[in-house]
Design a protein around this ligand. Structure first.
Ligand SMILES: [Zn+2]
Length: 198
């Protein structure tokens, strides 16, 4: 029987995305065994994050500075604006180091089921950024889910009257993906997005 303190920690960890009660208890055990080697660094990192992290007023990214490192970087191409659902998507795209423009985080996606309406997302701020001028292209980098695509369609409509090029991420075969293993939705997308050879 675990003590109340351990149960409290496990319950707190179990609330993290991707961790259920079972993996949370395993994480607690792992920490207990390494309380001298791993715990101090983790505590320090958590405290730093808790104190230092702020939301960027311009794009909605989470960083230790406002504006964030991306918005403050003069090498970034502010003509190209990539719209994502969440900060995790921004980080994933930026890790790939292929996009040199700036970002805009919506803070979610439209969802009739969860009652998320356009005014619940950072859409007014996006339109204001485009309205300000200087943006040539808006890349709609929504997830390839029904709600993600609904959000992309909605944004494309709202952006229609602005003098910007609206593009969307291509959906298709994942790198290393074998046809045999792909679900029908991915295959259908890949077929629809087919392009001339060479
Ligand atoms: Zn920013």
């Amino acid at each position: 029987m675990a003590s109340q303190e351990i149960e409290t920690l496990a319950a707190a960890l179990a609330r993290l995305p991707g961790l259920g009660p079972r993996s949370a208890r395993r994480a607690v055990l792992w920490l207990v065994k390494r309380r001298e080697s791993a715990l101090p660094a983790l505590l320090e990192a958590l405290a730093t994050v808790g104190e230092a992290l702020v939301e960027c007023d311009i794009c909605g990214n989470v960083d230790t500075t406002d504006p964030c490192g991306i918005c403050a970087d003069p090498r970034r191409d502010t003509k190209s604006l990539c719209v994502v659902e969440d900060v995790a998507d921004l980080w994933a795209l930026d890790r790939a180091k292929l996009f040199t423009g700036t970002y805009h985080v919506l803070g979610g996606k439209l969802s009739a089921l969860d009652g998320v309406r356009p005014e619940d997302l950072n859409i007014a701020q996006l339109l204001a950024r485009v309205e300000e001028g200087g943006v040539d292209e808006v890349v709609l980098a929504m997830n390839a889910t029904l709600e993600g695509q609904t959000t992309a369609h909605y944004l494309a409509e709202r952006l229609e009257d602005y003098p910007v090029r609206i593009t969307q991420l291509a959906h298709g075969l994942p790198v290393g993906g074998e046809l045999d293993y792909l679900d029908e939705g991915t295959l259908a997308q890949a077929l629809r997005a087919r392009r001339p050879v060479g």
